[in-house]
Design a protein around this ligand. Structure first.
Ligand code: NAD
Ligand code: TYD
Length: 341
C-alpha cells in the first residue's frame, strides 16, 4: 500500500507512520508531507530516513504545488491512501491567533481534496476530532449528532471535516472522517495537558490547572488511535464518519493527581490558574459504530499512562530540546501562562 501521511512529523502522525512500518514492513510506502511548524519535528522519524519506502517532503498542505508533489508518492508512481493529520492543533493557541487554523485546517483540507480528484485513491481519511461536537454535560455524542464547535480550533476542524464530507458526496471521493478523543502517548508536544504536566512535574515546576480542574476529557492512547485508523482504512465505508474514543473519561484534576503519583511529586505543585475562555466542560463520544464493526481499543488506561510517563522520563533530551532550547516555545509559554496568574 502506498500512503501519503500529512503531518507525519507531529505527535499522532509520527506514531501512525511508525505503526504502519511496524505492521506492514516494506509492504508500506509512505510519503510524509509536513510543513514543520513549531509542532513538527522531522527527527521523530529519523530511523526511517534514507529507506527506499519512506520519503519526507517539507511542504504545506495549503499549497497546491507541494500537495501535487506529495501525491506522486515515494517513487513517482502515486499513492493509494491519504491520511490527513496535518493541522494546527492547540486550542489555547487558537485563542491567541486563529488565522493559521483556517489556513491549514480548512483551506489545506480543500487543497488535498482537490488534488485527490485527479487521482485514483482508494481511501482519503480526514482526521477530525470529537471537539467538533462541542461540549456535553450528560450522555455521549453519536456520529449523527449536530456539530457545535465552540472555539476557533474546533470550528476550523469542523470546516475541514465537512469539506471532506462534501467532496465525498459531490465528487464521489472515497472519503471517511474520523473523530477521535484526546490522545496521549510518546512524542506528544509538551504544550498539551499530559506531556506539559509530566515534564513540569519532573522539573518541580507548577502544574497550571485551569479553572476548577473538573473538565472532563476522554483519553485515547495514541497506539489505539493508530490501530483504529488502520482498521478503518480497510473496513470504513465511503462518506461515513467514525467516532474513536478511549472509553477513559477523567476529570483534569484526576489526571493531574495520577501524574504526581507516577512522578512521585507533591500535590503542592498544583497551581490553580485562570480558566480557558469558552472552556468546553466535557467531551464524550459513543464509539459503538466502530465497535460494531469489530474494533476494540487494546490498552488499559493506567498502564498506558504509566508507560507514557516513563517515556518522558527516558526521553528527556527530546522534550528539553523543545522546552529549554526553542525560543518559540519559551515565548508561547510565557505569553500563555503569565496572563493566567
Ligand atoms: P501536532 O500538533 O502534534 O502535529 C501537527 C503536525 O502537522 C506537525 O508536524 C505540523 O508541522 C504539521 N502541519 C501543521 N500545519 C501544516 C501544513 N499546513 N502543512 C503540512 N503540515 C502541517 O498534532 P497531533 O496532536 O498529532 O494531531 C494530529 C491530527 O489529529 C490533527 O488533525 C488533530 O486535529 C487531530 N486530533 C488530535 C487529537 C489530540 O488529542 N492530539 C485528538 C483528535 C484529533
Ligand atoms: P489540552 O491537552 O489542551 O486538550 P484539549 O483542550 O484539546 O482537550 O487540554 C486538555 C484539558 O486540560 C482541557 O480541559 C484544558 C486542560 N488544561 C489545563 O488545565 N492546563 C493546561 O496547562 C493545559 C494545556 C490544559
Amino acid at each position: 500500500m502506498r500512503y501519503l501521511v500529512t503531518g507525519g512529523a507531529g505527535f499522532i502522525g509520527s506514531n501512525f507512520v511508525r505503526y504502519l512500518f511496524n505492521k506492514y514492513g516494506d509492504a508500506a510506502q509512505v510519503v510524509n508531507l509536513d510543513k514543520l511548524t513549531y509542532a513538527g519535528i522531522r527527527e521523530n522519524l529519523a530511523e526511517y530516513e534514507g529507506k527506499p519506502n519512506y520519503r519526507f517532503l517539507h511542504g504545506d498542505i495549503a499549497k497546491p504545488e507541494d500537495v501535487a508533489e506529495a501525491y506522486k508518492g515515494v517513487d513517482g508512481s502515486g499513492v493509494d491512501v491519504v491520511v490527513n493529520f496535518a493541522a494546527e492543533t492547540h486550542v489555547d493557541r487558537s485563542l491567541m491567533e486563529a488565522g493559521t487554523f483556517i489556513e491549514t485546517d480548512v483551506h489545506g483540507v480543500l487543497v488535498l481534496l482537490e488534488e485527490a480528484r485527479k487521482t485514483n485513491l482508494t481511501r482519503f481519511v480526514q482526521i477530525s476530532t470529537d471537539e467538533v461536537y462541542g461540549s456535553i454535560d450528560d450522555g455521549s455524542f453519536t456520529e449523527s449528532d449536530p456539530l457545535n464547535p465552540r472555539n476557533p480550533y474546533s470550528a476550523s476542524k469542523a470546516g475541514g471535516d465537512r469539506m471532506a464530507y462534501a467532496y465525498s458526496q459531490t465528487y464521489n471521493l472515497p472519503v471517511i472522517i474520523t473523530r477521535a478523543s484526546n490522545n496521549f502517548g510518546p512524542w506528544q508536544y509538551p504544550e498539551k495537558l499530559i506531556p506539559l504536566f509530566v515534564t513540569n512535574a519532573i522539573d518541580d515546576l507548577p502544574l497550571p490547572l485551569y479553572g476548577d480542574g473538573r473538565n472532563v476529557r476522554d483519553w485515547l492512547y495514541v497506539e489505539d488511535h493508530c490501530a483504529a485508523v488502520d482498521f478503518l482504512i480497510e473496513h470504513g465505508v465511503n462518506g461515513e464518519t467514525y467516532n474513536i474514543g478511549g472509553g477513559n473519561e477523567r476529570e483534569n484534576r484526576e489526571i493531574t493527581q495520577k501524574i504526581l503519583e507516577l512522578t512521585k511529586k507533591p500535590d503542592t505543585l498544583i497551581k490553580r490558574v485562570a480558566d480557558r475562555q469558552g472552556h468546553d466542560r466535557r467531551y464524550s463520544i459513543d464509539m459503538s459504530k466502530v465497535e460494531s464493526m469489530g474494533f476494540r481499543c487494546a490498552t488499559d488506561f493506567d498502564t498506558a499512562l504509566r508507560s507514557t510517563v516513563q517515556w518522558y522520563v527516558e526521553n528527556e533530551p527530546w522534550w528539553r530540546a523543545i522546552k529549554e532550547r526553542s525560543a518559540e516555545f519559551k515565548a508561547y509559554y510565557e505569553k500563555q501562562y503569565a496572563a493566567r496568574g
